[in-house]
Design a protein around this ligand. Structure first.
Ligand code: F6P
Length: 550
């Protein structure tokens, strides 16, 4: 089915104009005023769904704002786009591709067609079945290395979407991971990454999972070649078969690299790299937590997909989340967003979300190639609480930039360590309260603050946040739902902004230049430099420092 992109830019939608006027009215109203004005605010400004309590009452918005934002989503065609995605239409316009990561977690028997009308769910389930068999074999010790030793170390080699998701989730779900095994993720072309992660591993007990959608990525192929040399020099050429498997859409590339396609797990062009951690890209995670837990995670993803599709926009968690981001970024001009998990397990979640948000929505043109006239993806950053409190929260509380913050916490810990969890969550609630309501000069004076410190200690408040409180501990299911929530938030934002959230052309230029520069740095007789004066000077300096002709 052909996808027809809506043609009205965001700033020409009637709801956009109403939102601008509404924002003007809200300016000067503090969050304390907004709470005082409306006793029903908390009731109106939270959503409960999929085991999450999503509290957005501390946003600089009112129920009227939400109504206008929902209208904006309707006028931008969000409901139709959600359906177009599930229908396999080619909503990735610039690459002419369907966007079907929702099919990766569709249960057996569900039917999701790609653009050619082919039901992709049986293909997905077939690969999941092969992954499960393989994972069980590795976990049980049935899959042996070349010397007959069982595999104890699994090293994922990939970068970007072929690394961040499985790495983040393997850390997040450590509690569910086989304690007999070690998992490492090598991504950087900096040789230190490979060296440091493998230096204590015995090659005879190490399995490499080389993950690359294209199987052309410089970093991944370089690291994979290094891994191959590492195995071959310790165990011989024949060992490659028992120590390497691949995950890719490029069977030819895998074969050319020297990995038997029988040891390859496939996925499809309609899975974007940053939306792929629940495909075969998550193989290392499945080995870590086992197929049963992986299935639970998929069920969590799927539950949020269903919620996206069926909940009314006003009560739709990812939709409201995305609309609040459009509000903060494009209407209230906040250039960044902080993701602050109060769960040490989610330490890599902000890094994972950086690719999801910024590679998806860091775009400067609309679907038709015309420049956007509004801010798109905010800079996403963050660290787990409470660590961040002792580092950058000072700026969030009193800095000159307003940073919308997203607090994520769980009602139960995964550890048995008494009072820690209540203290952790008390801190999370305290932070959002302090950000929202601050502390005035009068309060400080009353509390006896030395007069010369009052101005320094004032926290003006009015700093917006959302809190996601998740029922129970961090489970694979909860993680799946949380990731899916963010995936669909990105979709919601992208539809409003009118951009293609599923391409990534911006990363191409750097790759092309790097390929040329590698030659210029290393060749005995490099081609004549064709760069700006700054780059030429850097190349000369580096060559000189490396003892090469300048
Ligand atoms: O850097 C861009 C990118 O294409 C990402 O979108 C992708 O996740 C990453 O590189 C890795 O690509 P591949 O899986 O093809 O190696």
């Amino acid at each position: 089915m052909a996808f027809e992109a809506p043609s009205t830019p965001l700033d020409e939608l009637p709801a956009w104009k109403e939102l601008q006027a509404h924002a003007d009215q809200l300016r000067g109203r503090s969050l304390a005023d907004l709470f005082a004005d409306d006793p029903g605010r908390e009731e109106a400004m939270h959503i409960e769904a999929e085991g999450m309590y999503f509290d957005f009452a501390k946003q600089r918005a009112t129920p009227e704002t939400i109504g206008l934002l929902v209208e904006l989503a309707r006028q931008a065609g969000l409901p139709e786009r959600i359906e177009a995605m599930f229908a396999g239409e080619k909503i990735n316009v610039s690459e002419g591709r369907s966007v079907l990561h929702v099919a990766l977690r569709a249960p057996e028997g569900e039917k999701i067609d790609d653009a050619s009308g082919h039901d992709v769910v049986p293909d997905v389930r077939e690969v999941l079945g092969r992954m499960a068999t393989f994972s069980d074999e590795v976990r049980s010790g049935g899959w042996k290395g070349a010397t007959g030793k069982r595999i104890r170390n699994v090293v994922n080699i990939g970068i970007g979407g072929s690394d961040l998701g499985p790495a983040m989730a393997t850390i997040a779900l450590t509690d569910y991971t086989d304690p007999e095994m070690r998992f490492a993720f090598v991504s950087n072309i900096d040789g230190s990454d490979f060296h440091d992660k493998t230096r204590h591993f015995d090659p005879a007990e190490t399995l490499f999972i080389v993950v690359s959608k294209t199987f052309t990525t410089l970093e991944t192929l370089t690291n994979a070649r290094t891994a191959r040399d590492w195995i071959v020099s310790a165990l011989g050429e024949d060992a490659v078969e028992r120590h390497f498997v691949a995950v890719s859409t490029n069977e030819k590339g895998v074969e050319e690299f020297g990995i038997d396609p029988a040891n390859m797990f496939g996925f499809w062009e309609w899975v974007g790299g940053r939306y792929s951690m629940d495909s075969a890209v998550g193989l290392s995670l499945m080995v870590a937590i086992g197929p049963g837990r992986f299935d639970e995670m998929l069920a969590g993803f799927h539950a949020m997909d269903e919620h996206l599709r069926s909940a009314p926009l006003e009560k739709n968690l990812p939709v409201i989340f995305g609309l609040l981001s459009v509000w903060n970024t494009s209407v209230l001009d906040c250039p960044t967003v902080a993701v602050l998990p109060y769960a040490q397990e989610l330490s890599r979640f902000p890094a994972y979300l950086q690719q999801l948000e910024m590679e998806s929505n860091g775009k400067h043109v609309m679907l038709d190639g015309q420049p956007v006239r509004w801010a798109t993806a905010p800079v996403l950053w963050g660290e787990p609480g409470t660590n961040g409190q002792h580092a950058f929260y000072q700026m969030i509380h009193q800095g000159t930039e307003i940073v919308p913050s997203e607090f994520i916490g769980f009602s139960e810990p995964l550890h048995p360590l008494g009072e820690h969890h209540d203290m952790l969550i008390a801190n999370m609630f305290a932070q959002s309260e302090a950000l929202a309501f601050g502390r005035s000069a009068e309060e400080l004076e009353k509390a006896g603050s030395p007069p010369e410190q009052v101005a320094h200690r004032v926290c003006e408040g009015g700093r917006p946040s959302t809190t996601i409180l998740i029922d129970g501990p961090l489970t694979p299911r909860a993680l799946g739902s949380l990731i899916s929530l963010y995936e669909h938030r990105v979709l919601t934002e992208g539809v409003c902004w009118g951009i293609d959230s599923f391409d990534q052309w911006g990363v191409e230029l750097g790759k092309v230049l790097a390929t040329r520069l590698i030659e210029e740095l290393t060749e005995q007789q490099p081609p004549p430099p064709d760069h700006d004066a700054s780059t030429v000077a850097l190349v000369r300096r580096y060559r000189g420092l490396r003892g090469r002709a300048t």
